[in-house]
Design a protein around this ligand. Structure first.
Ligand SMILES: Nc1ncnc2c1ncn2[C@@H]1O[C@H](COP(=O)(O)OP(=O)(O)OP(=O)(O)O)[C@@H](O)[C@H]1O
Ligand SMILES: [Mg+2]
Length: 235
């Protein structure tokens, strides 16, 4: 991204991430540049091991780049200290993972309340918000269930609700249907699609599925450490 006057919501500027494997350096991201507008859904594609999860973790402030900058709404998140990044992440980012990652010792409602508690929100109001989202994902009867009492598809619908409960500006989904059968996957995608549009979130979704990519506003294809034209997609 050469143009610093850009007003894109998310800006990735020459991002580099290098992993050390013994003596050897693996340059997983090698100058990634890209811009994402507010409210856009972007599908992030590329073959296994190309760095998709690495990139998502940088945008979510979980990991730090070795070079380059990430701006979210004009905040340069990699220049914040770890505490600042944690607060930023709690407030503005929602994550959805392939393996759901709900907390097994907490009920559905407690899992949903957690992001609100971490942000210091009023929990009476929070419960109302959680119930509304549970209704939207079709699980209002399951607020007292534990994750292991739910099917995979149901757990992922809870995870979608959890990712959105604190009204984040950005939702990062790492192969959210990768562990679901076709029908449950479809249901999760429909919900995610609807909710991020209703709530005007910006969504970056990592996928190996052409059907998922087809729904996105734009496709970013990661190859050899950079974004390349989508005609070169390797599925
Ligand atoms: N913490 C780490 N330390 C060393 N190498 C790592 C680390 N995390 C990832 N890698 C390596 O970086 C590369 C990119 O990994 P990443 O998980 O980002 O790929 P991916 O595109 O998400 O793959 P997949 O589609 O299989 O999930 C891989 O070669 C991986 O082995
Ligand atoms: Mg991955």
């Amino acid at each position: 991204m050469e143009n610093d006057c850009s007003n894109a919501f998310i800006r990735l500027n020459r991002l580099t991430r290098i992993y050390l494997q013994g003596e050897r350096e693996q340059r997983v991201l090698d100058g990634v540049c890209g811009e994402i507008q507010r409210g856009e859904t972007v599908a992030l594609l590329g073959r296994s091991g190309c760095g998709k999860s690495t990139l998502l973790n940088l945008i979510g402030g979980i990991d730090q780049p070795d070079g380059g900058d990430i701006y979210i709404n004009d905040t340069c998140i990699n220049q914040m200290d770890e505490h600042g990044r944690t607060l930023f992440r709690r407030r503005h980012i929602g994550f959805i993972y392939q393996f759901f990652n709900l907390i097994p010792t907490l009920t559905v409602m407690e899992n949903l309340l957690l992001p609100l508690e971490l942000n210091g929100y009023d929990l009476a109001e929070g419960r109302h918000r959680c119930m509304t989202l549970l209704e939207q994902v079709g699980l209002s009867q399951r607020e007292s269930s534990y994750p292991d009492q739910l099917s995979g598809g149901e757990q992922q619908r809870v995870a979608v609700a959890r990712a959105l409960v604190h009204r984040p500006a950005v939702v990062l989904a790492d192969e959210p249907t990768g562990n679901l059968d076709l029908e449950s996957g479809q249901q999760v995608l429909d919900l995610l699609d609807r909710l991020v549009r209703d709530e005007q979130c910006t969504l970056i979704i990592v996928t190996h599925s052409q059907a998922v990519a087809a729904r996105a506003d734009r496709i970013f294809n990661l190859r050899q450490g950079r974004f390349v034209a989508s005609e070169d997609v390797v599925w």
